[in-house]
Design a protein around this ligand. Structure first.
Ligand code: N5H
Length: 257
């Protein structure tokens, strides 16, 4: 394989089940020979992740709990990673949350606590994680987060999450500027809509996917594998000149008006 991550270790945060984009990233990294560390939040996700890691080629995955709403848990989690592996080479941040009721209707009705919750989990957590991961990336590193077009444009119903993604995308640029001097790159992938757990319960998700199939330049929806392989590129040396960037992996949908 041209692209080998043999001997490198990556932390993948936010795998919930086999449909998760984080899982697509994990599989791409695993195929390239990387060692993986997974973090999850809710207790009920642990079983899912334990079962999934059995499918990987790499048999020495580590699974840790990390609730990104807690500074203490983020600290402890990366401290434990440091004790277990010493050096890491990257982090995939695949975490977001907003209240279901605020992902419909008008953004103008967003509550203060709903706004702060979305910002806290979906945007601030990237900075908090980057701060905790920085001392472990002594050989340089790459941080990749996930965003969506609704952070750049108004997409109906995305609402509070669109504002959180705008904040996440700006955080990518500020973090890239801070961490560049340590050889750490920070980028985001703007994925087209994929049927994941976070898309569950969204009314009319089928019609969102249909529109992509009909109008996107590539005339198909985005897959976890496509996002995974772009993340692999961003984690590899092939992307060594790229930081502070947002790469759209969305069949080209973002170029349309
Ligand atoms: C325009 C759209 C459709 C409407 C908006 C969807 C936003 C989804 C993102 C957030 C992260 C989903 C979310 O927080 C759902 C929760 O309220 C309820 N779900 C949960 O609690 C589950 C169990 C847990 C595991 O989920 C999370 N997130 O923790 C956007 C779509 C076309 C594209 C899309 C689906 C974008 C995206 O950001 O995911």
């Amino acid at each position: 394989m041209v692209l080998s991550l043999e001997g490198k270790t990556f932390v993948v945060m936010g795998v919930a089940n086999k449909r998760s984009i984080g899982w697509g990233i994990a599989r791409s990294l695993d195929k390239a020979g990387a060692r993986l560390i997974f973090t999850y939040n809710q207790d009920r996700m642990l079983k899912n992740v334990e079962k999934l890691v059995e499918e990987l080629n790499g048999k020495d995955s580590i699974i840790l709990q990390c609730d990104v709403e807690s500074d203490e848990q983020i600290e402890n989690c990366f401290q434990e990673i440091k004790e277990k592996v010493g050096v890491i080479h990257g982090v995939a941040h695949c975490i977001a949350f907003a209240k279901t009721e605020e992902l419909q209707g008008e953004f103008v009705n967003t509550s203060r606590d709903g706004f702060l919750l979305a910002q806290n989990i979906s945007a601030f957590s990237l900075a908090a994680v980057a701060r905790a991961a920085r001392p472990l990336m002594t050989e340089g590193g790459s941080i990749v987060t996930l965003t969506y077009l609704g952070g750049e444009r108004v997409v109906q119903n995305y609402n509070v999450m669109g504002v959180a993604k705008a904040s996440l995308e700006a955080s990518v640029r500020y973090l890239a500027n801070d961490l560049g001097k340590d050889g750490i790159r920070v980028n985001s992938i703007s994925a087209g809509p994929i049927r994941t757990l976070s898309a569950k319960g969204i009314r009319d998700f089928n019609s969102v996917l249909n529109e992509i199939e009909e109008r996107a330049p590539l005339r198909r929806t985005t897959t976890q594998e496509e996002v995974g392989d772009t993340a692999l590129f961003l984690f590899s040396d092939l992307s060594r000149g790229i930081t502070g960037e947002n790469i759209h992996v969305d069949s080209g949908f973002h170029i349309l008006s």
